[in-house]
Write a protein that binds this ligand. Structure first.
Ligand code: IPM
Ligand code: MN
Length: 369
């Protein structure tokens, strides 16, 4: 397999560009250390693209991504573009079409709270003395986000708006296989989250998960209604290993998971398409947090989510697992050494308050060891 890789870099808005600088520095060091190359083409996306060329996802950007092995995405959106029509806004106008165009149906959102950072979690600390590690597998190109009919109409003199939550068996089957496969590589527990007491699409969801589970006899499968899952996540996050769910439920639960992990600045995500023969995926990798316009440009954002997005990209799209492991270990080492960006800093003994650049530097130092 070639070790000369190509990626498209879409830094976007807000803190995107500044955390991307650190992520690409880390990538440079990983390339040198492990002997591979990654060509990067930078393109416009989001508000930056609206300002430059008038739309959040220019054709040139999509064409560049088409030619790449993966997309490394920063974040999009901010107050400047908030008053545009919904479909023209950076988030919806760029993210949803990218997901659909590339068939990125599997969204992996790891919710990891490192033991050293459990005090930053709003969950009672005695419940998570060793932190926790949950993986949310969210279906990303179906469900109520994309279902039709969708729209507005006049009915009996009233204004009506509607969306359709629809799932086909094949869509459920393929996301469940991703989740079971992920569970096999972890603690072999999978919790499927649905609303089968009310929704037809959830009844089919549950039936299909049970069918797929026959191909993964080692994985312990459980089912939970989404309202209960939202409660259990704050009550006992350590009771979960992998969860799999539809687009809307996954959107909500993964934000809850990010919150209880302590800081949005720590969590990466991967959006993957169909697995290729090589075992790798075309994917888009991005921090779980948003563009954080309130702290953008100050050099204080936590670059870890973007750096861990590089690690996920190396693992799932570029086949450089050794480099990915090394980056993960370097991030843990930087945290263990006490480096803390503002989102993590509590002033406890042993902590050093770090800028975006200093956090990047600490991770690079650890990676070079
Ligand atoms: C996310 C975001 C998007 C979503 C929005 C911005 C369209 O919240 O990636 O979770 O709802 O999927
Ligand atoms: Mn979301």
């Amino acid at each position: 397999m070639t070790r000369n890789h190509n990626i498209t870099v879409l830094a976007g808005d807000g803190i995107g560009p500044e955390v991307m600088i650190q992520a690409l520095r880390v990538l440079d060091v990983a390339c040198a250390k492990f002997g591979f190359t990654v060509q990067r083409e930078r393109c416009l996306v989001g508000g930056a693209a609206i300002d430059a060329v008038g739309c959040p996802l220019p054709k040139e950007t999509v064409e560049a991504c088409d030619k790449a092995d993966a997309i490394l995405f920063g974040s999009v959106g901010g107050p400047k573009w908030e008053n545009l029509a919904p479909d023209e806004q950076p988030e919806r106008g760029a993210l949803l079409p990218l997901r659909k165009h590339f068939g990125l149906f599997a969204n992996l959102r790891p919710g990891v709270c490192l033991p050293e950072l459990s005090h930053a979690s709003p969950v009672k600390n005695e419940l998570i003395p060793n932190g926790f590690d949950v993986l949310c597998v969210r279906e990303l190109t179906g469900g109520i986000y994309f279902g039709t009919p969708k729209g507005r109409k006049e009915e009996n003199g009233d204004n009506v708006a509607f969306d359709t939550m629809v799932y086909s068996k094949s869509e459920i089957d393929r996301i469940c296989r991703v989740a079971f496969t992920a569970a096999m590589a972890r603690d072999k527990c999978l919790c499927s989250v649905d609303k089968a007491n009310v929704l037809q699409s959830s009844v089919l969801w549950r039936e299909t998960v049970i069918e797929v589970s026959k191909d993964f006899p080692e994985v312990e499968l459980s089912h939970m209604y989404v309202d209960n899952a939202a409660m259990q996540l704050v009550k006992q996050p350590t009771s979960f290993d992998v969860m799999v769910t539809g687009n809307l439920f996954g959107d909500i639960l993964s934000d809850e998971m990010a919150m209880i992990a302590g800081s949005l600045g720590m969590l990466p995500s991967a959006s993957l398409g169909q697995r290729k023969e090589s075992g790798l995926y075309f994917g888009m990798y991005e921090p779980s947090g948003g563009s954080a316009p309130d702290i953008a440009g100050q050099g204080i954002a936590n670059p870890i989510a973007q750096i861990l997005s590089v690690s996920m990209m190396l693992r799932y799209s570029l086949g450089e697992a050794e480099a990915a492991d090394a980056i993960d270990a370097a991030v843990n080492a930087a945290i263990a050494s006490g480096m803390r960006t503002g989102d993590l800093y509590t002033g406890e003994e042993g902590e050093t308050k770090a800028t975006t650049d200093e956090m990047g530097e600490a991770i690079i130092t650890a990676l070079q060891l």
